[in-house]
Ligand binder design. Structure first.
Ligand SMILES: [Zn+2]
Length: 131
């Protein structure tokens, strides 16, 4: 129940955050950025899964917990699917979100908004230019 609630909160912030109409929205963008900072600490920067337990953190090469990525994406300092594309990741994640009670279309829409803002995918998307 808690996870679904978290995900809904993410959806609303991501939908606002990944909006190309940024020119006259500096203040709002700053609010969104602050919200994103909070969220960054709690979701996997590869698949957007909420990580509400340290058990879910990935691991660095030295075995230390890595709070940026979940253990399903990142272990021993490497991505478990290094060649996956962002679209591929979306297709992998949708069934898990459906399993948690989300409609497939909503889940896909959420991931299409959320993933471009995550560290792993950010170099190509939402970097300020129009698209
Ligand atoms: Zn992940």
């Amino acid at each position: 129940m808690k996870k679904v609630f978290l995900i809904l909160a993410f959806v609303s912030i991501f939908v606002m955050g990944c909006n190309p109409r940024t020119t006259q929205k500096e203040n709002q963008a700053q609010d969104v950025a602050q919200g994103m900072e909070l969220i960054r600490a709690t979701i996997c920067q590869s698949c957007a899964m909420p990580m509400d337990s340290n058990d879910l953190f990935g691991t660095d090469a030295d075995g230390a917990a890595n709070s940026d990525y979940c253990k399903y994406c990142y272990a021993n300092g490497e991505f478990l699917a290094p060649d996956i594309t962002m679209d591929g990741m979306i297709e992998v994640c949708v069934p898990f979100m459906v399993e948690q009670g989300m409609e497939e279309e909503i889940a896909r829409g959420f991931l299409q908004e959320a993933l471009p803002q995550l560290k792993r995918w950010q170099s190509n998307f939402c970097s300020g230019q129009t698209h």
